[in-house]
Design a protein. Structure first.
Length: 699
């Protein structure tokens, strides 16, 4: 977080250069940062208990008289002090201690301790409790008036110091108020029945004793929700602004007769579905505009996104522009190349290929063709946008399986394709496609900078994939079933997902499975694809499979997306319980692509918990990617769906997409109000919550 206007920490008592450095390690650079350094959890120090009533796991205050203190040499040297209060005993265990500490805990001393009770070797103990010596006849245990916050701390900057610093600011009303300007207009606070920022911050640092601890621990207290709301709003507003800025940029309007598109449509062996037609039309309208399109096409696996992309490409080509088609893996890109080549070469449109592995003269020739404009459509991986790759006139960038690219990448791609000529700066249009449907609430937040089209219809004649969930113990039956399917002329996939983190071991597992299956089914032609094969080998294996020369293809999850072999009607997934629902749905989408009834078998390892079983049951019950994604979101959170690492948005401090879903529709409404009626609050609000992240508004 960055609060450039906020006061410096050095003004606080007790903050010298060394503490300042440690605070910086926690991301705290100014006083406002300190106030937004929120507790991880809370301790209830208001409760005390007799030693005889303690239970494992209690976090509590106790008192007792020291019976014995001694140094023990176990694996480590430690100080053990045994205390008693007449009702029971407790051991205090210290690994770090001074001679003075040892002396003060002499037999007969009275101590008051706070810590977590643990059962160890049949007795109860506290490891490194906070403690102080008290008089024998000390009055009642001094009760804290509030719940005690526990902060993220760091080496050399512990709870007590953090609490003291934060309390210092809380105790100075003017200083406190100066850090926390209210950016939410009164009408929003009123409409949303929300406390002010100051009230919320005050409360979360110092909740009263009667606060709802469960809600606080879960982050669901209205005071915390107030903060989450503001954070999500800041993100929403920044993406909206981004979209508005985009819409002001220039791009080439591609008004054409549609001659090429019509010819392609005539040549196709099928008719576009109504949903495909609608989306093709939405794209056409966008491309007609003199501003860069930013459109996301969502469609379930098998809904036919590729042809929609090809239609878009033809509009750009007909208008005289180049088109880049990018996929996240070689395998997927390769498949697009095959499709595009097949569809477009009949129209005399040139299709080129560029991947990281394109080398030597081929690479040189390809780069030259991109540069002089003779390459009209260029399909490839991210290599398309590496240094040294220049387009002559890039008009449209198509990104498939977009969830693997974050907003930053999207924008940097767009910039790489920008041209600056006598007509000024011009940006290519961008079309992104995802096969992992994002539930609406999430799309509203994560993709607020994009227009969204949905292909909500599958091509006709597809019968839904029938899914069963079977224990690994019945593997033999599944093998027999595979045998039967293949003997009947059908083809099958056998997927071995990540069991080990390492790709190497994963590939090894696939290899072993392939060998075992070949042993069990000697008359089947079994192939193998995994991530460690060379691209050419992978492509070869896929090609042979597609040509029907292999019956059973054993694979790692490299075949997760995009691969298309209509004659494959059986999919077996090993260790299905280890994959996310959306990913399983993706995999399952490899079958059910022809008119034949298709089946998917989810094999699970020995003991499956009740929730895991319920999870897999969702796939048995629904074939709709949107439904599956929604459930996956509920179960695993958005990180998995969006591909956490690359999505700048998931970098939330307080809010949590999963927990705070209910806020999202409200946030969308408030973003409208804020942008329209309180534009002056927008910039400071974004600065408070996004700090450096703001860059992506300017990329
Ligand atoms: P995805 O949306 O998963 O990328 P694809 O574009 O790979 O789906 O399409 C899946 C299969 O459906 C391909 O074989 C494609 O040729 C075929 N297809 C696409 N549109 C139609 C349609 N309207 N009618 C029949 N088949 C279609
Ligand atoms: Mg696809």
């Amino acid at each position: 977080m960055q609060n450039s206007q906020s006061q410096s920490l050095t003004g606080l008592k007790g903050v010298g250069p060394s503490v300042q450095q440690k605070l910086a390690n926690l991301g705290i650079h100014c006083i406002a940062d300190l106030l937004f350094h929120l507790p991880l959890r809370y301790q209830d120090r208001t409760r005390t208990a007799a030693l005889g009533s303690l239970r494992n796991g209690d976090e509590i205050t106790v008192r007792g008289e020291v019976q014995l203190t001694e140094i023990k040499h176990g694996r480590r040297r430690m100080l053990l002090s045994r205390i008693s209060d007449g009702t029971g005993f407790l051991t205090l265990r210290f690994f770090h201690f001074s001679a003075q500490q040892q002396a003060s805990l002499a037999r007969g001393a009275h101590v008051e301790c706070f810590g977590e009770v643990r059962a160890a070797g049949g007795a109860l103990e506290m490891v490194h409790p906070e403690y102080r010596l008290v008089e024998n006849d000390a009055g009642p245990v001094k009760k804290e008036a509030r719940l005690t916050p526990v902060y993220p701390a760091t080496e050399g900057l512990r709870q007590l110091k953090l609490r003291a610093l934060i309390n210092m600011v809380l105790a100075e009303p003017t200083l406190f108020a100066a850090q926390l300007a209210e950016y939410l207009p009164a009408e929003i606070l009123q409409q949303e029945k929300m406390p002010t920022l100051q009230a919320a911050i005050q409360y979360v640092h110092y909740p009263p004793v009667d606060a709802d601890v469960h809600k606080l621990q879960a982050g669901e207290h209205p005071m915390q929700q107030r903060l989450a709301f503001e954070e999500l709003l800041a993100h929403q507003v920044s993406l909206r602004q981004l979209r508005q800025q985009q819409q002001k940029k220039a791009a080439s309007a591609m008004r054409v007769t549609g001659r090429l598109k019509q010819t392609l449509e005539k040549n196709l062996p099928f008719e576009l579905t109504a949903a495909q037609q609608r989306v093709v039309n939405e794209i056409k309208q966008d491309l007609n505009q003199p501003h860069p399109m930013q459109r996301l096409v969502q469609g379930d696996v098998g809904s036919g996104k590729t042809i929609v992309a090809a239609m878009a490409a033809l509009q750009a080509v007909e208008a005289g522009f180049q088109v880049a088609v990018m996929a996240p893996t070689e395998l997927l890109a390769e498949q697009h190349r095959i499709n595009f080549t097949q569809w477009l070469s009949a129209l005399d449109v040139s299709v080129f290929w560029l991947s990281g592995k394109t080398k030597g003269t081929t690479r040189k020739d390809t780069l030259a063709a991109m540069n002089d404009g003779s390459a009209q459509v260029i399909v490839g991986t991210q290599a398309l946008f590496q240094e040294g790759v220049e387009f002559r006139q890039l008009g449209l960038v198509i990104i498939d399986e977009q969830h693997r690219f974050g907003v930053h990448q999207r924008l940097s791609l767009r910039n790489k394709g920008a041209t600056d000529d006598m007509h000024g700066e011009s940006y290519p249009h961008q079309l992104v496609m995802t096969a992992t449907p994002i539930p609406r609430t999430l799309a509203q937040t994560a993709y607020a900078d994009l227009e969204v089209s949905i292909i909500d219809e599958l091509p006709p004649g597809r019968s839904p994939v029938e899914t069963v969930v079977i224990s690994e113990q019945r593997r033999d039956e599944v093998v027999a079933r595979t045998h039967k399917a293949c003997q009947g002329g059908r083809q099958a996939y056998w997927v071995c997902p990540l069991v080990e983190e390492s790709e190497k071991l994963q590939c090894q597992a696939a290899q072993e499975t392939a060998e075992a299956l070949q042993m069990a089914l000697p008359d089947l032609r079994i192939g193998l694809v995994h991530g460690r094969l060379k691209t050419a080998e992978k492509a070869k294996a896929m090609e042979v499979f597609k040509a029907g020369k292999i019956d059973l293809l054993v694979a790692t999850t490299v075949i997760e997306v995009g691969v298309d072999v209509p004659n494959a009607t059986l999919m077996i997934i090993d260790n299905a319980e280890r994959l996310g629902l959306s990913q399983l749905h993706q995999l399952r989408g490899r079958v059910g692509r022809g008119t034949q009834q298709s089946n998917c078998v989810l094999l699970y390892g020995a003991a499956l918990s009740k929730t895991a079983r319920a999870r897999l049951a969702i796939l048995r019950e629904s074939n709709d990617g949107f439904v599956v994604a929604q459930r996956d979101l509920e179960i695993r959170g958005p990180g998995e769906l969006l591909g956490t690492r690359q999505t700048g948005l998931v970098n939330l401090r307080i809010a949590d997409f999963q927990r705070d879903q209910a806020l999202i529709p409200r946030i969308a409404r408030c973003a409208d109000i804020l942008l329209k009626e309180h534009p002056a609050s927008v910039a400071p609000l974004m600065r408070r919550w996004l700090g450096d992240g703001l860059q992506y508004g300017k990329v």
